[in-house]
Design a protein around this ligand. Structure first.
Ligand code: SF4
Length: 358
């Protein structure tokens, strides 16, 4: 391990060692931060807003009956519980680009976990250089996740982030070579842990010991990219467009509604309730939208340029999900900007619909 000077502490900084940590709010990152706090180390938490967090999306939807616990920012909540400052960083377009074209590929769904970890740890390293700090830590556990937490992946992540020796994983530290903070005595390696594998027994024991009980369930449960339904829609988009032409809006829209692929260049999104209607209204600009007239109706948003036969099909799908789905013919408005057309169509049969569903 390197013994070169690796951080330049800004003049006037306190002598206290400062660690910059990625805090998702999950149990592992919370325990990692707590292990360092127990050693008197100052902790600055970072929490990334990726655009794919389910809690952030629920908050944006603002459904009145939603459980407030499922809408909160877990990173901020964990920071409050630990008494450490948290900075929320917008992962922005760069993250979106990475998600569409990850160097190390996808996991089982649409989750580019290795590239995601590299992105975030790289960002933490930059934050450390800009704002001062001595090392970066994460709650990663050796062998816990098949894609991003086996030994080779942990080594790769550290190497690609360009902070060799300055990335501490307190929960698995004793299985890994000593880092600079350990070698220099900033952190007592003996008081770090040797957790390995998927069992969470040891984490539970530590959370009991420290009275940590408020945390979300593990295993990527907050990330749309690891969700099966989302992944199906995501890979459909990638199949039908070159990554560089896919817009951020298209990714955001994958999170709402029922999705149907009608042709290689046309797909639709049918809202499932009032909140989704309101959400889709924000994306009307430049897009066709359909709505049954004189009745409760979902908004149907169109991606692409539908010809006349497809417009009829979209109208009959919209009619199928309207309150007049039991009637033989339903009037449906098709609008784009100032252009409006009224179509009289039968609601589509469910068997026909299945062929298009994503
Ligand atoms: S599950 Fe999502 S947030 Fe977590 S590492 Fe994978 S891509 Fe990133």
């Amino acid at each position: 391990m390197t013994s070169q000077p690796v951080t330049g502490q800004p003049a006037g900084r306190s002598a206290k060692i400062k660690a910059i940590g990625l805090l998702s709010g999950g149990l592992d990152s919370t325990l990692a931060a707590r292990l360092l706090l127990e050693q008197g180390i100052e902790v600055q938490g970072l929490h990334y807003s990726t655009g794919f967090c389910m809690n952030d999306h629920r908050r944006a939807m603002g459904r009145p009956d939603e459980d407030p616990r499922r809408m909160r920012s877990e990173g901020l909540r964990a920071g409050g519980d630990l008494g450490v400052p948290i900075e929320v960083l917008d992962a922005g377009e760069a993250y979106m680009k990475m998600v569409l074209n990850p160097k190390h590929g996808y996991g089982k769904r649409a989750n580019p976990c290795i590239d995601c970890r590299i992105f975030m740890i790289h960002g933490a390293a930059e934050y450390m250089r800009e704002h001062g700090g001595d090392f970066v830590f994460t709650g990663e556990v050796l062998g816990q996740r098949p894609m991003s937490q086996h030994l080779q992946a942990l080594n790769l992540i550290e190497k690609e982030c360009g902070i060799a020796g300055l990335l501490l994983r307190p929960l698995s530290a004793k299985h890994l070579p000593p880092t600079v903070p350990e070698e220099r005595g900033w952190v007592d390696r003996e008081r770090l842990l040797a957790i390995e594998g998927r069992s969470r027994k040891e984490q539970m024991a530590w959370s009991d010991k420290w009275g940590i009980s408020d945390y979300p369930q593990p295993s990527g449960g907050c990330c749309y990219l690891a969700d099966e339904n989302f992944a199906r829609r995501f890979h459909d988009v990638r199949l039908h467009a070159r990554p560089e032409t896919i817009k951020r809006d298209e990714m955001i829209l994958l999170k709402v509604g029922r999705h149907f692929r009608l042709s290689p260049s046309v797909k639709i999104i049918v809202a499932r309730d009032e909140s989704e209607n309101r959400f889709l209204e924000r994306f009307l600009d430049g897009r066709w939208c359909f709505e049954a007239l004189g009745t409760g109706s979902p908004l149907t948003l169109v991606e692409g340029e539908p010809d006349e036969p497809l417009r009829l099909l979209i109208a009959s799908i919209t009619a199928r999900y309207s309150d007049r789905r039991g009637e033989p013919l339903v009037e449906v408005a098709a609008r784009r900007g100032a252009v409006e057309q009224t179509l009289l169509v039968p609601p589509v049969a469910d068997e026909t619909l299945q062929a298009y569903r994503l």
